[in-house]
Design a protein around this ligand. Sequence first.
Ligand code: DX5
Ligand code: ZN
Length: 217
Amino acid sequence: KKNVLVAPSLLAANFLELGKAVDMVNRSEADWLHLDVMDGQFVPNISFGIPVIAHVTRQARKTCDVHLMIEHPEQYAEAFQKAGANILTVHAEACVHLHRNIQQIKALGMKAGVALNPHTPVQVLENIIRDIDVVLIMSVNPGFGGQSFIPQTLPKLRQLRALINGQQAHALVEVDGGVTVENAAAIVEAGADVLVAGSTVFSAADPATVIKQLKQS
Ligand code: DX5
Ligand code: ZN
C-alpha cells in the first residue's frame, strides 16, 4: 500500500493559538505543514505572510510546504526561503515565466511546486513536468478553506498521473481543497500522493486522529 503524505493546512487553525496548532502537527503522523499565503490580488482573500511563516517554521518539525496564492511570486521567493520554506509552490496562472520561476526556487535550495486552478488543464505542464518537484491540484477555487471538493478533480488527477508516468517524471501530486476522511481514498486512488486538509483536521475534536485516518486512505 502506498505511503500517503498528509499536509494539514494552518489556514483553518485558531490564529491566536498558532503555536499549539504547530505542536499538534509536530506530534501527529502528518508529513508536511501546509502554509497558505494569499495577497488579495491573485485570490479574493488575505491570509498571513512572511513574518508569521518565519515564526511557524522555527517551531515546526515537519516539511514546511508554502502555497503562494500571490501575483509576482518571483519577487518573494528569496524571502520565503529565508523564512524557512522547504517547498515553495507558485500558481501557473500567476507566472508568465513559469519555467524561470521554477529554476529560481530550486536555485534557492527549495523544492519547486506548481499549482493549477480547477480550470487549468494539466497539459500546461507537458513541457516542464520533469523540472517540477510537486504539482498541486486545486480541488476548490483558491482563496478560502471549508469549500466542497470539485468532482472533476478525479479525472484530472488521472490525466496528470498519465502525463507524469508517460515522461518518467518524479513530481509528487498534491491535492488541496475539500479533502475529507470520506473522499480521501478516492482521491488517492485517482493518483494523489499528498493530501492537504484544513477544516477537516482543525474543526475535528481530535485532529491527530483525523490526520491518522487520512494517512490510512
Ligand atoms: C485554499 C487553500 C487550502 C485550504 C484548504 O485556497 O489553498 O490549502 O486551506 O482548506 P480545506 O481543507 O478546508 O478545503
Ligand atoms: Zn493551499
